[in-house]
Design a protein around this ligand. Structure first.
Ligand code: OSB
Ligand code: MG
Length: 362
């Protein structure tokens, strides 16, 4: 029998507004998907947001692509590889594809009786956790950093934007000269800003994340020769092939894997292995996901091949009440993936019903 694919569009306020170089997010609007077949219910989330400011996809484009082209390809619960083959005729739209590809990973790991992190490869059983802090007033940022250090976070990442980088970093390094610190520019610079980017070398950063254009590899390779701060690519790495090209031309030494950005877990696993072979560093990022999307990130981040702390904060950084009844807790800067089968989330349907603004079945 074929299964059914349900969706719930939810809208939840963020605990704290999140400001990056591309804008401020005050609430989360996300599509949650549920695949029901043969007594198994699997869940996933699209990492797209309200507008196309991180990448060209947003909730509306993802929903359109899923409804018009992809939903019909998952109803018989194929293996993820089969879904990728079937959906390859749709160009791009990785986030839309990832929402369903990951749904199939949850489905099949539940079917196998294993937790997702054991199903996908060699897991350490925990993920090392860093925090991603949005742009805020100096005092607020310093307070958040202290709170994060007190909670055991293993790396502090702060968002920067062009023209504000010195004002953001100088006070942080004054108070915390030695913490593991990184910055994320979310594409705010160009090669012509080289003089500013060179100044960042003095802050002894673990890396600078995505300084240049969202689809650039070549200018990052040029930039890398000019600065001593290691480069981490986020937006530019849209597939394992892209990752290989970036490493080949030495555009970066670190990669932020976001399963949503690369079309799902299959590509994510390839990138993690590739980075290990090429002696590059990898970690798992986040997109302010609810506990459903986050559980995938934590499972992936727990793999041995992932060697840097990720942006996989516990749920309370984002939401007062999440969509799951078993939120993550952090101990000594680590989070354990859920132990149930698949992504192991205990879905809080009462909460989903409370915050859903749209729902339906494909
Ligand atoms: O660039 O990593 C990013 C959030 C939304 C969009 C892009 C990014 C981020 C984050 C937050 O840095 C990561 C998280 O805590 O989920
Ligand atoms: Mg980033």
């Amino acid at each position: 029998m074929t299964g059914s694919l349900n969706y719930y569009k939810v809208k939840m306020p963020l605990v704290d507004p999140f400001t990056t170089s591309f804008g401020t997010e005050t609430e989360k609007e996300a599509y949650i998907f549920e695949l029901k077949k043969d007594g198994i219910s699997a869940f996933s989330e699209s990492v797209t947001s309200i507008g196309p400011f991180y990448s060209y996809e947003d909730n509306t484009t993802a929903f359109h692509i899923i409804k018009s082209y992809l939903a019909e390809l998952v109803l018989d619960a194929p293996q993820p590889a089969e879904f990728i083959a079937r959906s390859s005729k749709v160009k791009g739209h990785n986030m839309a594809k990832a929402a369903l590809e990951m749904l199939l990973w949850d489905y099949h790991s539940r079917k196998s009786g294993k937790p997702l992190h054991e199903y996908i490869g060699k897991s350490k059983g925990y993920a090392d956790v860093g925090i991603s802090l949005g742009i805020d007033r100096k005092e607020a940022t310093l307070k958040k950093i202290q709170a994060a250090l007190d909670r055991g976070y293993k790396r502090i990442k702060v968002k920067i934007s062009k023209g504000k980088e010195m004002d953001i970093l100088t006070p942080i390094r004054e108070v915390y000269p030695d913490i593991a610190l990184s910055v994320d520019a979310n594409t705010d610079y160009r090669l012509r800003d080289l003089e500013i980017l060179k100044k960042l070398d003095r802050f002894n950063l673990v890396y600078i994340e995505q300084p240049l254009e969202h689809d650039d590899i070549l200018d990052h390779a040029r930039l890398r020769k000019e600065i001593s701060t290691p480069i981490c690519l986020d937006e530019s790495i849209t597939s394992a092939e892209r990752a290989e090209q970036a490493l080949e031309v030495e555009a970066c030494e670190v990669i932020n894997i976001k399963p949503g950005r690369v079309g799902g877990f299959t590509e994510s696993l390839k990138i993690a292995e590739l980075a290990r072979e090429r002696k590059a560093h990898v970690w798992v990022g986040g997109m302010l996901e609810t506990g459903i999307g986050r559980s995938y990130n934590v499972a992936l981040a727990s793999l041995e091949a992932v060697d840097y702390p990720g942006d996989t904060s516990p749920n309370d950084k984002y939401f007062e009440r999440d969509l799951v009844r078993n939120p993550f807790s952090m101990e000594n800067g680590t989070i354990r993936p859920n132990s149930g089968t698949g992504i192991g989330v205990d879905i809080d349907f009462e909460m989903i019903n409370k915050v859903k603004i749209e729902a339906g079945t494909f």
